[in-house]
Write a protein that binds this ligand. Sequence first.
Ligand code: NAD
Length: 438
Amino acid sequence: MSVKTNARTPKSKTKANLNGTIGVLEANPWHQAMLQLDRAANRMGLEQYIVERLRHPKRILTVSVPVKMDDGSVKVFEGYRVQHNLDRGPAKGGIRYHPQVSMDEVKALAFWMTMKCAVVNLPYGGAKGGVICNPKEMSIGEIERLTRRYTAEISIIIGPDKDIPAPDVNTNEQIMGWVMDTYSMTIGYSAPGVVTGKPLEVGGSLGRREATGRGVFYVTRELSGLHGFDLRNSPVAIQGFGNVGMNAAKIFAQHGCKVVAISDVTGGIYNDHGIDVNALIEWRAKHDSIAKYPKAERIDVDQLIEVPCDILIPAAMENTIHHGNANRVKAKYIIEGANGPTTSEADKILSRRGVIVVPDILANAGGVTVSYFEWVQDIQALFWDEKTVNAKLQDIIVKSFRDIFEIHQRDKVDMRLAAFMLGLKRLAAAVKIRGLFP
Ligand code: NAD
């Protein structure tokens, strides 16, 4: 099947033009997150005081981050760290560098971390950090200085027992290494447990790099078993080719699945015979983009959502599946590798059309699960082999999937609602046991 191609260079979807397409509230992640919370709370009859507490992040820190740029000037960036909830343990969540980071986005991402850790039953609360910057336009030195100053600024609330950051969009292992070093310099001794997703040499875990993509694969495989479809004969489309999207593509391909479409912010490609993922990775290393990969048709960035496929894996940013394109989704199954890729308006349309959505707080929980393993290994100074990491990851993801699938069938609710019901039940129990201080 051929897909209409677009010869011009596609523009990336900015929040500004997304707002134009879908309206301010549909484009606001915090608003979307609160709609999800209200929906689940109403369905469960959750006590209003618990809902009220979850509507208010526990701690919000805004920092200004002055950085000496390569030209000698000083530029001041704005950064955030939000600790949404700590009732089940220390806060956990990534750090994002992106020009469109906003407080509402970081709050929503922190809320989803609270829910995600509860869904997979990790002893953590939820947090997130972000800096408004464009790392694509910064040198390595500038990114290092930004990271070190941001870490120093948030060091008053992070720590191995308090709040443990990790990578997210546009942050990577090296950046986590600088977070670890900066925090360690501040306290006077090495504290590998302050951050996860670090290089192996400074206390990182085997399997962390691939963990989110691997978790995406595990939930899809479970779904195929329970829904009775053949994974190898189900074309897959993946939006985003970073940590989550690229590793998901690799792992699906390793298991004999056909990845027919892939996109990143520079453009998209489609080949109904399947894309050779390893060849694409090599091509990108040389050309810095996937858009002109010769062994596939070129498609527009936005077209990825609409290509013919059975399984769609959004693994880029929030709100990429919205009321304006949900009707054009061809996939039967959406596995949310990204956080918040489907708006509530799109959820309704997809549900009406019978499309199954495996929600972010389950589908991409492989990342935080292996981050938890990394933290446990750091604290014990005792490291596991990759087979052990992957086996433990599989156990947690498969069990969580089955728990949620059971609620989905028993209560006749969609998978997102089922996941929220499971997570909120655990969270509410912790809130009640701890009581209200003073
Ligand atoms: P990344 O920076 O490694 O990669 C992001 C990718 O998305 C890049 O390929 C970029 O080009 C692409 N992209 C950005 N906008 C796009 C658009 N409009 N269309 C198509 N592609 C676009 O980030 P990541 O760590 O892979 O994170 C991706 C998503 O997964 C985010 O929502 C993040 O919060 C979530 N997530 C990440 C992890 C993790 O372990 N890294 C864990 C759980 C969830």
